[in-house]
Design a binder for this molecule. Structure first.
Ligand code: MG
Ligand code: MG
Length: 255
């Protein structure tokens, strides 16, 4: 079922989204060569605690997972695409990190992700991150009343394919609101003019995941959570929670 939000609900989701943005900023500021992924998680957790927000990630256990998720962040490094678990791994020079965070505040949820490099970046990684950002921007630009879901999907997929990147099949964005994962699904590839009609009050998490190797193949790591590229190439993931409004897309997880 798809819930169309009132304008008051959109304002409340914006407050949850602000907390997400602050938590991601704290994780990014903490990240440096030699810092552990667990320390990034602790930095984000402090922001959620201070805001009185809870984490929709912590304890999350969908059907595919054998164990509840143990952290408030997903931290996915290099060939990890999404769902990486914050461990004692210490960041190394040139690592590409994707950090995903959610927050629940006053009954409403926000969800966003950033990708960045640590230390001296590889030029190819900066290009991959830039392409992922452009894919997200294209998806957001298509999130307007009168369009359909396929317009968002097609916009994202077109950018990814134009730079020769792969995208994990089956994974994409989602409706969001009272819970982190709601209907409808937001595929990262699709046909324009098809699918769910977009209208004022619909809220979506839009989240391109690009894999530099150009293949769509991925596998789940031994922790049962982390998705990794099969060819070992690096991946980037950037996400915003976006409201479709009659005044244009409203990004709810901006700082
Ligand atoms: Mg997310
Ligand atoms: Mg999401």
């Amino acid at each position: 079922m798809v819930e169309i939000k009132t304008d008051e609900a959109l304002d409340a989701m914006r407050e949850a989204g602000r907390v997400v943005a602050r938590a991601l900023a704290a994780a990014r500021e903490t990240a440096a060569v030699g810092v552990s992924l667990r320390e990034l998680d602790e930095a984000a957790r402090a922001v959620l605690d201070e805001a009185g927000a809870s984490s929709p990630f912590l304890g999350y256990q969908p059907s595919f997972a054998g164990t509840p998720f143990p952290a408030v962040l997903c931290t996915s490094v290099n060939d990890a695409i999404v769902h990486g678990v914050p461990t004692d791994y210490r960041l190394r020079d040139g690592d590409l990190v994707s950090v995903d965070c959610g927050a629940e505040l006053d009954g409403w949820t926000g969800d966003a992700a950033i990708s960045f490099t640590v230390g001296t970046p590889r030029p190819a990684d900066l290009e991959l991150i830039e392409a992922t950002r452009r894919a997200l921007d294209a998806g957001i630009a298509a999130a307007v009343p009168g369009n359909r879901m396929g317009d968002i999907s097609h916009a994202i997929g077109s950018v990814a394919r134009s730079v020769g990147c792969g995208m994990p099949a089956d994974f994409g964005g989602h409706g969001i609101g009272r819970r982190m994962h709601e209907d409808p699904h937001v595929p990262n590839r699709g046909r324009p003019g098809r699918g769910f009609p977009l209208r004022h009050g619909l809220t979506l998490a839009i989240e391109p995941m690009l894999m530099a190797g150009g293949r769509d193949a991925y596998y789940t790591g031994p922790d049962g959570w982390t998705l990794l590229t099969t060819d070992g190439s690096r991946a980037a993931h950037i996400e915003h929670t976006v409201a479709i409004t009659d005044d244009g897309p409203r990004v709810l997880t901006l700082p």
